[in-house]
Design a protein around this ligand. Structure first.
Ligand code: NAP
Length: 313
């Protein structure tokens, strides 16, 4: 039963409304399958939290992440996809139609496309949890504004850390990137921008061992991993960008996944259960781009369409 008290049967149920889910919905809608998309808690996915996306084709000047998400949604809805602001909480893939419980009801579906994305990893150090929202953040676009003329540290050495660090220079008086090695994982263009930016400094071979502060972040305890030397570094904010964990816990024991929880799919986006497809970061630990996620979502929907056509004879 859904929030209106009705039982809902759909041909295609899409879980997640990031680039993969909304692209899947667009393709399924154009195949006249009337897909329903359950947005989960983050409409637009992680991409919607990105200030500017400069590498999605078709936007030579870049496009806002939230704006791109809205365009994806509008296009899918234009062809008949229904976007529901609801979150799947339990799935049963052992029976057909598949059953999906949500926060406000229940769906049955002939096919499912999983595009539940991934969440940012935590450092798991003392003080981090207590001070989350009080200076500890995982999203520069969301929280950067609060650090106007303040000092912040960024943890991580990948594309996200450098890109978000550069974004925060709009507000912060100084940005210090703390990286556990002496070489960034991020691409060369971002590395060049970071090395040339007057507000950005880098501390190499160092980890954050503790976030310090009573009501809000006041400092971090740093540990040099080569010398074991510890120092206290004063800061107003700690932005953490150390990778992601896929949102696939709900499928444990029902779908094959790798040791990190990424869903295993073949080149047709088929999971280990016939009729269930996956795309985007829930199934991709490698590329994790808006364009690759969108492509995976489209491929999943094309395959779901073939599956449903064959099923209906
Ligand atoms: P990532 O590439 O996995 O980088 C994570 C970074 O965090 C690494 O530098 C890693 O250090 C560090 N790290 C991991 N665990 C840590 C810990 N416990 N303590 C301290 N440091 C830790 O993740 P990402 O930057 O989020 O990027 C994910 C994917 O999205 C990548 O494929 C990336 O290319 C892509 N992406 C692309 C763009 C873009 O094209 N503009 C923007 C954002 C993300 P080590 O280097 O030592 O492992």
């Amino acid at each position: 039963m859904n929030s209106n008290g009705n039982s809902n049967h759909v041909k295609v149920l899409v879980l997640g409304a990031g680039p993969a889910g909304l692209s899947a919905a667009l393709y399924a809608a154009r195949a006249e399958l009337a897909p329903v998309v359950l947005t989960g808690t983050q409409l637009g996915g992680q991409a919607a939290l990105t200030f500017t996306i400069e590498n999605y084709p078709g936007f030579p000047e870049g496009v806002g992440g939230a704006q791109l998400g809205e365009l994806f949604q509008k296009q899918a809805e234009h062809f008949g996809a229904k976007v529901e602001y609801d979150t799947a909480s339990e799935v049963d893939l052992s029976q057909r139609p598949f059953r999906v419980k949500t926060d406000s009801g229940e769906y049955t579906a002939d096919s499912i496309i999983i595009s539940t994305g991934a969440d940012p990893n935590k450092l798991k150090v003392p003080g981090e949890e207590k001070l989350t929202g009080r200076g500890v953040s995982y999203c520069a676009t969301c929280d950067g504004w609060f650090f106007k003329d303040k000092k912040v540290v960024i943890v991580g050495g990948g594309d996200s850390a450098l890109e978000e660090g550069l974004f925060i220079t709009r507000y912060a008086s100084s940005v210090t990137i703390i990286h556990r090695r002496e070489e960034f994982r991020a691409g060369p263009l971002l590395q060049k921008r970071v090395s040339e930016h007057p507000k950005v400094n880098v501390i190499w071979n160092t980890v954050v061992a503790e976030v310090l502060g009573q009501e809000k972040v006041e400092a971090v305890r740093l540990k040099n991993v080569k010398t074991n030397e510890e120092t206290i570094f004063e800061t107003d904010g700690v932005f953490i960008f150390i990778g992601h964990t896929p949102n696939t816990q709900m499928f444990k024991g029902q779908l094959e996944m790798d040791s990190l929880g990424y869903l295993r799919v073949n080149d047709k986006m088929e999971t280990s259960v016939e009729g269930v497809y996956a795309g985007g970061e829930a199934a991709d630990s490698h590329f994790r781009q808006v364009v690759t996620s969108a492509g995976m979502g489209a491929a999943a929907a094309i395959q779901a369409t073939h599956f449903l056509e064959a099923k209906s004879g």
